[in-house]
Design a protein around this ligand. Structure first.
Ligand SMILES: NC(=O)c1ccc[n+]([C@@H]2O[C@H](COP(=O)([O-])OP(=O)(O)OC[C@H]3O[C@@H](n4cnc5c(N)ncnc54)[C@H](OP(=O)(O)O)[C@@H]3O)[C@@H](O)[C@H]2O)c1
Length: 240
């Protein structure tokens, strides 16, 4: 059932085709938002869900685009709904092993996590008149030092600082907050054993659930005086 909103408010979700971006998209639809759902290649999870829930078809605007090379497609999609655009959740991400000496990988990771966050912030700032929110996803486990995922971690550390800077630059109209999951879903190319091992290292040794993630997300969407925050949903792992 829809909870009715004052008017059909529109949210842009990147990385909407699978996993956390998918869960954010379907939760927004259920709460009565219209969603511009950006995906690059993977969309099966989203479209399978839509087949089972045809009542949401007219509220989901699919937008297939590579954010790094086809950002204009996002601008075109947003233009049609600019007056009702209330925010953006940037869930698109890349996660693979690379050290800082792998310059091409670092550049690509910086691009998808940081430069695209800046572009999305600018889009909200320039295209909307009323208060909006930008929620980029960070990661709770980025402070450690090891070379395996170094380029990924450093790009997310940059993003953490960018959230503070974008909150300053976008204020008072665009609120910018980071959502920082711990081990909610197992990484696609890691074994269940190493995922369980990671969970045991958290202060609260149980996985944060998708429901907790969504509760945190909707808190950031609706908390109108909150900006420049990082909200960890991670069993306390960012403290370690
Ligand atoms: N899952 C967790 O437990 C967890 C833990 C810590 C942090 N996070 C953070 O939470 C966010 C979502 O995580 P997730 O695990 O759900 O993500 P994910 O499975 O890694 O999915 C990310 C999505 O981003 C898309 N993407 C990558 N580059 C893109 C580009 N250039 N243009 C458009 N889309 C692009 C991918 O598209 P393709 O399908 O085409 O590759 C993929 O569908 C990420 O920022 C991640 O770092 C998640």
């Amino acid at each position: 059932m829809h909870e009715s909103l004052p008017e059909k408010q529109t949210v842009l979700v990147t990385g909407a085709g699978r996993r956390l971006g998918f869960y954010a998209t379907t939760a927004l639809l259920k709460k009565g938002y219209r969603v511009i759902a950006n995906y690059r290649t993977t969309s099966q999870q989203l479209f399978a869900w839509l087949q089972d829930h045809p009542e949401y078809t007219s509220f989901l605007i699919p937008c297939q685009a590579d954010l790094q090379n086809e950002f204009d497609c996002i601008l075109d999609a947003v233009d049609s709904y600019a007056t009702s655009l209330v925010g953006c959740i940037h869930s698109a991400s890349q996660f693979y092993p690379a050290s800082l000496f792998d310059e091409d990988s670092f550049e690509s990771l910086y691009d998808i996590h940081c430069r695209i966050s800046i572009r999305l912030g600018k889009l909200l700032y320039t295209k909307t008149a009323s208060p909006t929110f930008l929620i980029p996803m960070i990661d709770a486990q980025i402070e450690g030092l090891n070379q395996t995922y170094q380029a990924y971690r450093v790009s997310k550390l940059f993003l953490k600082e960018l959230i503070r800077q974008l909150a300053y630059t976008g204020a008072p109209r665009v609120r910018v907050n980071g959502l920082s999951p711990g081990t909610i879903l197992p990484p696609l190319h890691e074994s269940r054993e190493s995922f369980s091992g990671a969970q045991k290292k958290e202060l609260i040794p149980r996985s944060a659930t998708v429901e907790e993630f969504l509760n945190a997300l909707f808190y950031l969407i609706t908390a109108e005086s909150v900006t420049g925050q990082i909200l960890h949903v991670d069993g306390g792992s960012h403290c370690l």
